[in-house]
Design a protein around this ligand. Sequence first.
Ligand SMILES: [Zn+2]
Length: 269
Amino acid sequence: MPSLPNYAVYAIRYASHTGRTLQETFIMPPDPHEVAQPLIYYVWAIVGDGRTVVVDAGMTRDNAARRGRGYHQTPAEGLAKIGIDATRVADVIVTHMHWDHAGTWADFPNARFHLQDREMRQATGRNMLHAPLSRSYWPDDVVGLVRQVYRDRVEFHDGEDDLAPGISLHLVGGHAHGLQIVRVSTERGWVVLASDATHFYANMEKQRLYPTIYDAPEMVAGWQTCKRLAASPDHIVPGHDPLVLEIYPAAAPGLEGEIVRLDRQPKPR
Ligand SMILES: [Zn+2]
C-alpha cells in the first residue's frame, strides 16, 4: 500500500468573544463560581502533497459587528500570513453552515465547497422557520452557498468521504444536523479537526453538552467518532478552545497566539 502524504495543519485565529459565561458554553455548568469562558473563532488549513485545503470560511466582518464579536482579521487575511492566497484555494470544507463557519465564502472565488447533504437541507428547509433553530444561520451566507450550487461549485457528501489521500470527511451531526469533521494524516499520526463536534476540550472530556444542539445523542456519539478517528485524544482539535493557541507551536515567529501548527506535538494541558 502506498504511504499517505503527511500534511502541515494550521489553526488560524480570526475572531474572539470574551465575557462569555459558562451557561453559554455548557448545559448544566459545573460550578457557578466559574463565570468566564472566552471563545476563539478559527479557520484551519491543510497544506501538503501539492494541495491546500481550507476548513471553514469563518464569519464576515459585518456579522462580527452585528453580534458583538472581536474581529481580528478576515480568514483570508490570516491565511495570507502563512502564504496561502485565498483566491487560489481549490477546496474549502464547510464543516457546517452556521454564521461563524460559512460567512466569507466569497473570498474563495475559485474554490469548491464541500458540504454534507444534510446540512444544506437543514439550512434551507422547514426548521429555519423557527428562531431557536435558525439563529445560528445567516440567510445571506446560506443564499450565497446556494448560488454556488448553481455554479457547480459545491461538492455534496453524504456521511464519510475521502477528499484526497490522507484527508477525509466524516458526518457527525449533533451540534448542527449536517456537521462534519475532518481527519488528516500528519507526521505525528491522524489529527482530527473536530470543529464544533466539541467546542472546547471540556465538552468532550468532561461529557458536557454544548447548549446549541440539534441532536444530543449524536453529539455524544460524535465525541466517540473523534476518538475513534484520532491517533490519541491529544490529536483531537476542538473548534473554539483558546487552549489550542497555548499548547501548539506558532506557525512562524511573530504568529504566537494567532496561527499555530497542529501537526506538531502539543504541550501538555
Ligand atoms: Zn462554531
